[in-house]
Design a protein around this ligand. Structure first.
Ligand code: PXG
Length: 440
């Protein structure tokens, strides 16, 4: 493989969610990838412990996906889907609904998780309006939630750094309390025991604002970006029941938890919940071509199909909604998931994974370890006065030792491609153990 691709100038690219000046002094650059590994510009093979950014669920450069994209590029490069169509988009939507949880019979295409979230929030508002409940306009998120970076998602999101610079331009937003409870749940294996009652926080917001003003609640089944916060037993069911009681739509933001991450096709399957709308992206194309998909129950979709047939039913969409290349990539991805049983593979590996991640307990500075499906998180006590440094230093050191992990706050998150073998799980944790033992 040609590794002579080091750019000679890093200045022009203003990198997202990055410490640009620091990165450009000591860049970490990839030039290739294959299955479980990235290849760096200096020719090292790095074990991908994060599926890129939680998206490459089937591993890198998989042949069926590569071939589908190549063929599509040479056959139909672009066709819009506003008042026109192309066959790939319909094929892709049908394939997607066939693996979705019961009742999710319709798909609206976007280009990212952020756009899926905006789409779902707007759908929820418009749904109540077409049903004659125009006063239901409030949107409820959760502290420490992440729903992308557009205005709606930023507003319902609950990460202070993502919000504080940008004002608050979406009116009528409130937040549930988060579910992270180290005092009661530290070192839980899988779903923690304590905290289902935190779902009753929604009743508090209903009492405050009145249900007649609330359109939707959006939560991630597992809040991954903010450090893998796993909901306590019964919490999501309780939240769903309260939403149903007050005619509040429940949006499950499954941008990370869909497509096999927890060992089921969707996170909603794992937790046995049935939300009204499910947002996805990332794994829908194995990260190859940007795409998002919002899954909708017929109850929502059909509510829009009541006016004159020639009138546009939902005034929303993107130039690239259902882009042919993305649809082809998604079909190739679904074929790969299906051929290799990847949507359930995490459940087969979960016990082995859990043992290895919890075996890190006792290494310096660790204050909690969490796991679910093929997701792990290690939380550290912060360096006094220097939050995030503890985990950042470990992330850099792991990369130097050919392992890619993801750092968020003082937490390291792990989410390898679902094709990982047991010996690669061993390699991942052997390297990490060495790194955690030898970093201050
Ligand atoms: N919702 C959820 C639940 C997400 O996890 C988004 C929306 C936004 O998706 P886009 O495609 O617009 O980025 C996300 C994205 C990390 C990390 O390391 C997580 C995300 C993105 C980048 C990094 O935790 N999640």
């Amino acid at each position: 493989m040609n590794v002579q691709t080091k750019p000679n100038d890093l200045a022009a690219f203003w990198m997202p969610f990055s410490a640009n000046r620091q990165f450009k002094k000591a860049p970490r650059l990839f030039v290739g990838a294959e299955r479980m590994h990235y290849i760096t510009d200096d020719g090292r093979r790095v074990l991908d412990g994060t599926s890129g950014l939680w998206c490459v669920n089937a591993g890198h450069c998989r042949p069926k996906i590569v071939e589908a994209i190549q063929k599509q590029a040479a056959t139909l490069d672009f066709a819009g889907t506003f008042q026109m169509g192309h066959t790939r988009a319909f094929e892709c939507a049908t394939r997607l609904t066939s693996i979705a949880p019961e009742g999710f019979d319709h798909v609206f295409f976007t280009n990212s998780g952020s756009e899926s979230v905006e789409t779902a929030l707007k759908m929820a508002l418009a749904y109540h309006r077409v049903k004659g409940n125009a006063s239901k306009v409030r949107l409820i998120g959760r502290e420490r939630g992440y729903h992308g970076v557009n205005f709606g998602g930023t507003a319902v999101g609950g990460i202070a750094n993502n919000r504080k610079m940008f004002g608050s331009h979406v009116a009528g937003v409130d937040h549930l309390r988060h579910t992270h409870d180290l005092a009661r749940n530290a070192y839980s294996r899988g779903v923690p025991e304590h905290g289902a009652e935190l779902a009753d926080d929604l009743e508090r917001l209903v009492a405050l604002h009145d249900a007649s003003t609330i359109a939707a609640v959006i939560v991630e089944p597992v809040a991954c970006s903010t450090g893998v916060l796993i909901p306590p037993k019964g919490y999501l069911q309780r939240l769903q029941a309260i939403c149903a009681k007050h005619d509040i739509l429940l949006i499950a933001d499954e941008v990370i938890t869909a497509f096999g991450r927890l060992g089921t096709a969707f996170g909603s399957d794992y937790f046995g919940i049935s939300p009204d709308i499910i947002t996805t992206a990332k794994g829908v194309t194995n990260g190859t071509i940007p795409m998002g998909a919002v899954f909708v129950k017929s109850k929502i979709h059909d509510a829009f199909m009541t006016g004159p047939e020639w009138v546009i039913d939902f005034f929303h969409g993107y130039t690239y909604s259902g882009h042919p290349m993305a649809c082809a990539a998604s079909i190739g991805t679904l074929d790969t998931y299906q051929d290799e049983g990847l949507l359930t593979r995490a459940s087969e590996l979960a016990t082995y994974w859990e043992e290895r991640v919890h075996a890190l307990r006792g290494l310096p500075h660790i204050i909690d370890i969490r796991n679910i499906g093929l997701v792990g998180a290690i939380e550290f006590d912060p360096v006094p006065g220097e939050p995030t440094k503890r985990a950042y230093d470990r992330f850099v050191k792991a990369f130097e030792h050919n392992l890619l992990v993801r750092q968020t706050g003082d937490i390291i998150a792990l989410s390898p491609p679902l094709i990982i073998s047991k010996s690669e799980i061993d390699e991942l944790f052997d390297t990490l153990t060495m790194v955690l033992k030898t970093t201050n």
